[in-house]
Design a protein around this ligand. Structure first.
Ligand code: NAD
Length: 491
């Protein structure tokens, strides 16, 4: 099988690497493609950086109104190709078609938001800060920027960054996850139709070698990373040590607190969607559910029933609510964690290991699982499982729940279900989390808001999307100008 091509300097280019990894459909292990991974991908990175650096002077001097025009075209093309892009996501990543379509919707929202860059990038001006002196701050692009993406949103994640980066006048390199490189290849077949100069945006494949090459290349000025916390920390430290701007989004262990006054029907449905959507492989997926107070028995029954009803299967099949996890290794790891939790004393209300999925015996399937009464000292209590496993807990008060959450390592999302405004207000004020949901199960910020994240869920300062992206992808220049009145006489 031929290795996937890169897109460098406006052309599809063979990788200099001859070795690669198979891209595999997680529902049936069918090989869908082969992606270059290995030492020689560093040469691909060099070529891409060279193309982006060469394109930078021309692109950065193009007026911002012209720079955003291709994104109006991109929005229309993405809408036209929505279904085929979504099918590719489902095939290589496993999520259901409706989840993949939702991913493309969020992708398009970022393209739309980037079209607002001319308004967002405007300078600030102060006249007469002293007699005859004006001062103003302008935003200029930083240079060649790159993003390194995870497997779980193969279409959307690069769009948190590159539309804004380009609109701000930077040139760009996208490095998708080697587990799901096909969606971005399809995206670039669309991107190549845009009226963009050669080298302004490039695609390189690869694994650690290509990442390390981006992190150390002197001509790369800014790195956006999304993935696990361990790698995020490494990327943050390495890129920063090499003098680059970095924003590195990491992993999560998201809690939802359910108070006794919450609407039971709505809450159980939304909580189950949060835990089991995308087979739990979502950085905003809830995995720890804390029922507070006396009504937790009723909630337990309702959530069990809701989880039990979910249909696991191939994401393109009708009526399927949840697809497989990404790799056989991932399935083994998650099943190992479930076993460990049970060995440590957890009560499996539903044990989703080894489900029988007719026609998909080889798939990496795990059905919805609920573990109750997990001991506090269990490894699962704090480990990111990234699979369809709910840790169902009971606590006596909202204070106790907030204290437990704030002691955690991660801070990507925390949510509360309640009918009480006072409880909601207390929660959103006190909880240490970058994204907060009130009666919302997946508190994913719209494109005009930053995709926040605290503690080990984020390393850096400015986040992706919206205004933060404009700030990340520009450097400020402050100009102080003196034009003495007396000089007027000369003209
Ligand atoms: P990952 O960290 O394994 O890989 C992410 C990227 O890093 C890939 O492109 C990969 O090629 C590269 N990479 C992997 N190991 C590397 C290494 N040792 N050195 C250099 N580069 C390396 O993450 P994943 O498994 O693809 O994605 C799942 C993780 O991403 C989960 O932890 C999830 O919570 C997180 N995630 C976070 C967010 C967020 O917004 N915070 C969003 C999506 C996913």
């Amino acid at each position: 099988m031929e290795l996937l091509n890169n897109f460098i300097n406006g052309a599809w280019t063979k990788s200099q690497e001859t070795e690669g990894l198979e891209v595999i459909n997680p529902a049936n292990q069918v090989v869908l493609g082969k992606v270059p991974v290995g030492r020689a991908t560093t040469k691909d990175v060099d070529a891409a950086v060279n193309a982006a650096a060469t394109a930078f002077p021309g692109w950065s001097n193009t007026p911002v109104m012209e720079r955003v025009q291709p994104f109006y075209q991109l929005k229309l093309l993405l809408e036209q190709h929505k279904r085929e892009l979504a099918e590719t996501i489902t095939l290589e990543c496993g999520k259901t078609l409706s989840e993949s379509l939702g991913e493309i919707t969020r992708t398009i929202e970022n393209v739309e938001m980037a079209c607002a860059t001319p308004a967002l990038i405007q300078s600030e001006f102060s006249e007469d800060i002293a007699r005859g002196i004006d001062e103003f701050m302008i935003r200029q692009p930083v240079g060649v920027c790159a993003c390194i993406a995870p497997f779980n949103f193969p279409g959307m994640v690069p769009f948190w960054f590159f539309p804004y980066a380009l609109a701000c006048g930077n040139t760009y390199i996208v490095k998708p996850s080697e587990k799901v490189p096909l969606t971005m290849n399809k995206m670039f077949h669309i991107i190549e139709q845009l009226d963009l100069p050669e080298g302004v945006i490039n695609l390189v494949h690869g694994g650690k070698e290509s990442v390390d090459s981006l992190l150390s290349h002197p001509d790369v000025k800014a790195i956006s990373f999304v993935g696990s916390s361990k790698v995020a920390k490494y990327v943050y430290a390495t890129a920063a040590a090499n003098g680059k701007r970095v924003q590195a989004q990491g992993g999560a262990k998201n809690p939802i607190v359910v108070l006794g006054d919450a609407d039971l029907e709505m809450t159980t449905k939304i909580v189950a969607d949060s835990v089991y959507g995308c087979a739990g492989q979502r950085c905003l997926a809830a995995s720890t559910i804390i029922a507070v107070g006396d009504s937790s028995g009723t909630f337990q029954e309702a959530i069990k029933e809701s989880a039990d009803k979910r249909v696991t299967g191939f994401g393109l099949d009708e009526g399927v609510d949840m697809g497989p996890v990404i790799t056989p290794e991932s399935r083994q790891r998650i099943e190992g964690l479930i076993k460990k939790g049970i060995d440590e004393g957890a009560r499996p209300l539903i044990d989703g290991r080894n489900p029988k999925i007719s026609g998909f015996a080889k798939g990496n399937f795990i059905a919805p699982t609920i573990l109750a009464d997990l001991p506090m000292k269990s490894e699962l209590m704090r480990t990111e499982i990234f699979g369809p496993v709910m840790n169902l807990m009971h606590m006596d008060s909202l204070d106790e729940a907030i204290k437990f959450i704030n002691n955690g390592q991660y801070g990507n999302m925390a949510a509360l279900f309640t009918a009480s405004g006072a409880s909601a207000r207390k929660f959103r004020k006190e909880v240490n989390s970058g994204n907060v949901g009130i009666n919302i199960g997946v508190a994913a910020p719209m494109a005009q808001f930053p995709f926040s994240g605290w503690k080990d869920s984020f390393f850096g300062d400015l986040h992706g999307q919206g205004r933060h992206a404009i700030e990340f992808f520009t450097q400020t220049k402050v100009v102080v100008e003196r034009w003495p009145k007396e000089w007027n006489r000369k003209f």
